[in-house]
Design a protein around this ligand. Sequence first.
Ligand code: 7PJ
Length: 271
Amino acid sequence: MLKLDGPAVMGVLNVTPDSFSDGGRFQTVELALEHAGKMVAQGAAIIDIGGESTRPGARDISEQEEIDRVVPVIEAVVREFGTPVSVDTSKSAVMRAAAAAGAAMINDIRALQLESALATAAELQLPVCLMHMQGTPQSMQARPRYDNVVEEVAAFLAQRVAQCVRAGLAKDLLAVDPGFGFGKTPQQNMALLANLGRLRDIGCPILVGVSRKSTLGVITGRDTADRLAASIAAATAAVLRGASIIRAHDVAETVDAVRVARSLMQSGGGE
Ligand code: 7PJ
């Protein structure tokens, strides 16, 4: 996998015109590069570049449109900073184009379930983050339903890991993610965070994305732009429960939180 000596922060770089929290501010390569450079300076170990908006109700975009959005940014970030880049995509053709542009990791919210994605990832032999989602980005928040959200998410991820291994992706190339906010109620999200340790049984690093998410807005009553403190609290809780990679918008603050949580664990305070 990406060599991790302790929990790392993955900085979010959206290149979607309609991403809910960056609101299309990073549409040009120049602005994206500037933002990536800031996150690198703040200590991001990975820059996650995505061109598909997964906001509930967002429209589907074509393969070519997604490639046109992310490839120039991936090339520029790799060239300028040399920091490992992950591509946030579910499409096989985008994975290929991103890998050719220098991406070092695939971050797939659909856990390689779209057509050809698994075969392509196995062919590329890149590290992959497999995320759990119930439903699709369009429908997922309509009526999330589980008998036992923790067990069902854990079982899904374990099954996807097994399928990836069968397809030729070694287990040490895989990370798992409970998919905070993807087809889950606030209560279900918090149950997953509280029981994150359950995912450690799968035997892959755990990646968590809690940054600015709507559950934190429900809990605190705050808008997207005012969820930094809530995001830091949730990220800290995730690291204490075994998360290895925290996907975050506010890199400097998250790096500090991860350092404190890690220090606490080294002092015997982890769960
Ligand atoms: C996640 C993601 C997440 C992983 C997004 C947002 C929505 N990838 N991509 N995990 N969230 N692996 O940033 O709020 O939680 S997009």
